[in-house]
Structures are given as structure tokens and as C-alpha cells.
Design a protein around this ligand. Structure first.
Ligand code: MG
Ligand code: MG
Length: 252
């Protein structure tokens, strides 16, 4: 199936769904402090999403039990919110999806709980900066594989590695659509595969590890940690390609 090209009115629908995601992430960031339980944060985000007339699209997606993926410290992505209470020095990833009037939103941040180590600060900065770098370099006509290669180079130059086996993705009338957008070049030819075109809407989501980028999935079937057991960071935006450049939809 071809990658969908969205008309301006569809991009506005996607923007509306993504604005709700951005609002929920802002709320969670403001409430990131020692003593907050992951379940309380999840409920807070779900209430906010529903108050905006949207649905939390991750809840029930492939069987995921909650509205928000909350990933603490060595959990890089897909953490299930539990009774754990945040502690000073933790780093916590929030990944939220919404559905509004049949269109989907998806975005993620990593937040620091109080003061964190310089190493963790650098890890979080790498995830965030690689995302904004990717948004900045996107042009109509470049290949998705070229984008993946540029993200990988950025991460490696910062001294970190991308998590392997997970990727960004198209988004629209389903939460995950074509294409897959890994944060590393698959194969060795960046000039292969589909091109980025005006009207495409997709999620870029760097997932960064300290040393090894090999994923291990915990017994609950969801939480993804790195094989080295070290901390990870994740950032994500939904973008639309308009007038040859990427425009972030997941912002307030
Ligand atoms: Mg996400
Ligand atoms: Mg995503």
C-alpha cells in the first residue's frame, strides 16, 4: 500500500488530535515530581484527553492496558504505568496517543525528576536534539532511509546509540501506518526506498541508549529495556510535510 498523502483539511484534523497529545504531555511534565505514582499520572492524562473530546488511542492498542506509556530510567519505551512513585534523579518517558474524529496523534517526551546526573542530561538532550534536527533536515524528495541515516549519525556523534528493532511510522486514520522510520539505516543504501513527499504525515521518534541498542522485553510483555540495563530516552513528534518542509503537529 502506498504512503497516504493528506489533504490540508485532513492535516488540520491530525493537528487537532496532536494538540490534545501536546496538552496531555505538558500536564504530565508539570506534575513530574518525587512521590507521584505512575498510575496517578496515567489517570491524569486520560482524564485530560477525554475532557478534550478525544480518546486515548494506546489504551487497548495491541492489548496495551493504559492511556500513557510511562518508561522510567532503564525502561526506554512501552512502560506500563504501575504503583511506582517517582524519585529524585529518575528520568521518565511519557508517550501518548490520541484519536479525535477518526484521526490520530502521537508524541513523546522524557522528563527529569528533580536533579539528574550530567550523563542523564546528555542522554535526554541527545533524544530531544536528534528529533528537532530530524524535523529540520526533512525536505520533499529526500528518502526516508536518508532521514534514518542522518538521525543515526547525529546520535552516534553524541556518543550514544539508537535502540534497534523499534521505529517511527506513518500516522493518519490509523495509529501506525506506512512507512517504518527506524533511527538507523537498515541495509547500506540510503538512496533506496520511498521518498518523503508533501502531504505525508509521520512520527519521528528517536529512542536512545547509552551503550548497546539491543532491546530486551520484560516479563509483562511490554516494557522495553536495553540489553546493557542502562538508561534510555525517547522523544517523538508527529509532523506533516507542507511546502517541502516538516511542520510539527504535536504542539499546543
Ligand atoms: Mg508514541
Ligand atoms: Mg509513535
Amino acid at each position: 500500500m502506498a504512503i497516504a498523502l493528506r489533504k490540508p483539511h485532513e492535516i488540520e484534523k491530525l493537528r487537532a488530535a496532536n494538540r490534545v497529545v501536546a496538552g496531555a504531555l505538558k500536564l504530565l511534565e508539570e506534575h513530574t515530581k518525587p512521590g507521584m505514582s505512575l498510575k496517578a499520572l496515567d489517570l491524569m492524562a486520560e482524564d485530560y484527553i477525554r475532557s478534550q473530546g478525544a480518546k486515548p488511542s494506546f489504551k487497548g492498542l495491541y492489548g496495551f492496558p493504559s492511556a500513557v506509556c510511562i518508561s522510567v530510567n532503564e525502561v526506554i519505551i512501552h512502560g506500563i504505568p504501575n504503583d511506582y512513585e517517582l524519585r529524585e534523579g529518575d528520568i521518565v518517558g511519557y508517550d501518548i496517543g490520541t484519536e479525535l474524529e477518526g484521526y490520530f496523534g502521537d508524541s513523546a517526551i522524557t522528563a527529569a525528576v528533580g536533579a539528574v546526573t550530567p550523563e542523564d542530561e546528555a542522554l535526554i538532550a541527545c533524544a530531544k536534539d536528534s528529533l528537532y534536527y530530524a524535523v529540520d533536515v526533512i525536505r520533499d524528495g529526500m528518502r526516508f532511509k536518508e532521514l534514518s541515516q542522518l538521525i543515526e549519525q547525529f546520535i552516534l556523534e553524541r556518543g550514544f546509540v539508537p535502540l534497534r528493532g523499534f521505529c517511527g511510522h506513518g500516522i493518519g486514520k490509523r495509529p501506525h501506518e506506512e512507512p517504518e522510520i527506524p533511527n538507523y539505516l537498515e541495509g547500506n543504501n540510503p538512496k533506496a526506498g520511498p521518498k518523503i513527499k508533501n502531504g505525508m504525515v509521520f512520527c519521528i521518534e528517536p529512542m536512545i541508549c547509552m551503550k548497546e541498542g539491543k532491546a530486551v522485553i520484560l516479563e509483562n510483555g511490554w516494557d522495553v529495556v536495553s540489553s546493557d540495563g542502562l538508561r534510555g530516552s525517547h522523544y517523538e513528534h508527529t509532523v506533516a510535510v507542507v511546502n517541502g518542509r516538516a511542520e510539527i503537529l504535536s504542539k499546543i
